[in-house]
Unconditional design. Structure first.
Length: 248
């Protein structure tokens, strides 16, 4: 092979490699964006939006900015969950495969709004919606053009929600911000069939809802224990709050 031929082969190889990377990057951004904007509302039955998706060209990583999960009808806050940053690392070789392998998802400092009681609230309503989707129609999704297609198989090796804060308003006691312990899930969908987007959303939101309800319940218990330090009006307000939250 002459030097000229060798250079031509190298140039062709580089062009093909760059084109392959570009295809992966374009599809990665599309998959994440479509998964949030199109499939998110189908799964949760509430509005789900994201401002932008930034892709790492050679790393298979993505940064999702300003993920908003709306509240169900009947609740006052505009969002149930507000996440500024979500960092996702994907195995680039699986982007065009039947199963997308996600190495890690890091959800940083989500703001969660809790409305309602411990047995029924905005978060449990969304979780009920998600579980209903997972039970009845998790195998297919509807594209932005209205066509049904098979849901993408997923695998998530590591998922962490850190720095979460819950905003709770208790009658007569004002608004409170409660920190949540970090949530860590791993080895989701590692089998050959993977996990559907609805199944993944169900597991993640179930863990988030459970942690939130426990944190709110603990806060109410602490407030109840300190009731003797409150004035009579505040004590009555606390009793009313406890009754509402426990569904009594």
């Amino acid at each position: 092979m002459t030097k000229k031929t060798f250079r031509i082969v190298v140039i062709i190889f580089v062009i093909v490699a760059v084109a392959a990377v570009a295809i992966v990057v374009v599809n990665l951004g599309r998959i994440i964006k479509e998964g949030v904007d199109v499939y998110g509302p189908q799964i949760t039955k509430v509005s789900v939006t994201v401002d932008q998706v930034n892709i790492g060209l050679f790393t298979g990583s993505a940064e999702v900015k300003n993920l908003l999960v709306g509240n169900p009808t009947g609740y006052t806050a505009p969002q149930a969950v507000n996440v500024g940053d979500v960092h996702v690392v994907v195995d680039p070789t699986t982007v065009l495969s039947d199963k997308l392998v996600i190495r890690s998802i890091n959800v940083e400092s989500p703001d969660i709004t809790f409305e309602g009681g411990l047995s029924g609230n905005n978060l449990t309503q969304i979780l009920d919606n998600i579980n209903g989707t997972a039970r009845t129609n998790s195998a297919t999704v509807t594209t932005s053009t209205g066509k049904a297609k098979a849901a993408k198989k997923l695998e998530v090796d590591d998922l962490v929600i850190s720095g979460a804060k819950v905003h709770v308003t208790l009658n007569g006691l004002g608004s409170r911000e409660i920190p949540l312990p970090d949530i860590h899930l791993s080895n989701l969908g590692t089998g050959p069939n993977g996990i559907t987007p609805a199944g993944l959303t169900s597991q993640v939101f179930s863990s988030l809802t459970s942690a939130t309800v426990k944190a709110v319940e603990s806060q109410i218990t602490n407030l109840g224990g300190n009731a003797t330090n409150l004035g009579k009006q505040s004590v009555n307000s606390l009793k009313s709050t406890l009754g509402n939250l426990f569904g009594k």
